[in-house]
Design a protein around this ligand. Structure first.
Ligand code: NAD
Length: 437
């Protein structure tokens, strides 16, 4: 039966009188905060990164999917502001958490960012509030970890606060599916919490999908990303197999995808990066182990994907050897260092692994990336080269690691000696200068 606090909060949401706080203003949090602000809500962003707060104050976006213009608009009309002080949470009725969930070691989740954020929120939360976790995590986190942290502050669920999990499903850079076009999964610790979150998200998202619990919502996100990891691992393995069998895997995929049902194309590459696919399924793997279950699929796909940068270097070495150039004497240009095309995100980028492997083998390696002028991480300290005819011609091989749309691949083909294309940037082009993964 609905109680007074539920009815009061519901009424406030329906009248659009709630204030929203978004905790963690990264690839997920910043676009989400703007989406609510654009729909007329008063939104407060909270982040521990003072540089990000400063950027927002200067109305400068640091996320590819958010333009300075969009940011300027919502800040100027007073609907969005950002701060690094959790005391400001008191002003908010709905708090959405979008902090990172990395791995500690290869198979171990690190939910310390969630815990830190929740501890700070629970000390400053106003009664009555709705709290929603959007960070990807293992099934059970919301109920088993977050709920007790609020209860430690003598807050009672379904009376003082309502708690939900609602995974973010965005695909950065994908213009066909902005935040508002991706159905929102919501699973609460109680049905009241689920219902309240559903009402909140309906303001910005076309379709909301309510599920029976937070655990189910957590598992939905991990199913989606595990599906991707396993299919990427599978196609990477098939690419290695096809190479041995002298079959063009790209042509095979293009033909297979003409089947109108039962097949979905995935493409091989030199590895899989970003803050989601390489690590989210390992959250599930880790949690399942607590139940005495080891997922062989997840581990295998993860191992294959992790091996891909090594495989790229092996293939590069073989190809150069055929030309009489030992790898350690070669000059290599890596094209594209972000983990994905047209996105300024370097997290877990396989290009960085490829550069690292080459540098460890004392190979002279340079890079070009229109989005990343300097690289200063993972022991790499390089500046993107200028892409001129003379410079290109000095390299023994150009490795297309990430195929940004703004790059002139015709120019590269014309002026390079040899190209190893791991992304099929030269689809349909037959040239003795190009080999493909
Ligand atoms: N990037 C994606 O494409 C994507 C897509 C779907 C889901 N996710 C998930 O969403 C979550 C966030 O990912 P992201 O890519 O936005 O990460 P991000 O690193 O871009 O942003 C996270 C932000 O949280 C801030 N932060 C860290 N600890 C904090 C704390 N205690 N309090 C306040 N702020 C804090 C960081 O400073 C950073 O600005 C992760 O769980 C991720 O797996 C990401």
């Amino acid at each position: 039966m609905a109680n007074d606090s539920f009815s009061a909060l519901k009424e406030k949401i329906l009248r659009k009188k709630i204030k929203i706080a978004v905790v963690g203003l990264g690839y997920v949090g910043l676009p989400l905060a703007l989406e609510f602000a654009k729909k007329g809500f008063s939104v407060l962003g909270i982040d521990v990164d003072c540089d990000r707060i400063e950027c927002i104050k200067k109305k400068q976006s640091y996320i590819s999917d958010v333009s300075d213009g969009e940011l300027r608009k919502v800040i100027s009309c007073g609907r969005f502001s950002a701060i690094n002080d959790f005391r400001a949470i008191k002003e908010s009725d709905c708090i959405i958490i979008c902090v990172p969930t990395p791995l500690k070691r290869k198979y171990n989740p690190d939910i310390s960012y969630i815990k830190q954020a929740v501890k700070a929120i629970s000390k400053n939360i106003r009664k009555v509030s709705l709290v929603i976790l959007e960070s990807t995590t293992y099934p059970g986190t919301t109920q088993e970890v977050i709920l007790p942290l609020f209860e430690e502050q003598r807050l009672k669920h379904n009376r003082d606060f309502y708690l939900c999990f609602s995974p973010e499903r965005i695909d950065p850079g994908n213009k066909n599916y902005p935040v508002n076009k991706i159905p929102k999964i919501i699973g609460g610790v109680s049905k009241e919490a689920t219902a309240l979150a559903g009402l909140v998200y309906k303001n910005i998202i076309e379709k909301v999908v309510l599920v029976s619990s937070a655990r189910v919502a957590e598992a939905v996100k991990l199913l989606e990303n595990t599906f991707r990891l396993i299919n990427i691992g599978l196609i990477d393995e098939l690419a290695m197999m096809a190479h041995k069998m002298k079959i063009d895997i790209w042509e095979v995929i293009d033909a297979a995808k003409t089947k109108p049902f039962g097949f979905m194309p995935f493409y091989p590459s030199g590895g899989c990066g970003g803050h989601c696919i390489p690590k989210d399924p390992l959250y599930l793997y880790w949690k399942a182990k607590k139940f005495g279950f080891e997922s062989r699929f997840i581990k295998l796909a993860s191992d294959i994907i992790t091996f891909m940068p090594e495989y790229v270097v092996e293939r590069l070495q073989m190809a150069l050897k055929e030309k009489g150039i030992p790898l350690k004497k070669a000059k290599i240009l890596v094209m594209g260092v972000t983990y994905k095309k047209d996105i300024k995100d370097l997290r877990k980028s396989p290009s960085l692994d490829i550069i690292n492997i080459l540098q460890k083998r004392n190979v002279k390696v340079a890079y070009f990336d229109p989005l990343i002028p300097y690289l200063k991480l993972n022991n790499i300290n390089l500046k993107s080269i200028e892409l001129t005819k003379d410079k290109l011609n000095k390299f023994d091989c150009v490795v297309i690691a990430t195929d940004h749309s703004s790059v002139d691949y015709g120019f590269i083909l014309k002026n390079s000696r040899f190209i190893f294309d791991t992304r099929n940037a030269y689809r349909g082009i037959k040239s003795s200068k190009v080999i493909r993964l």
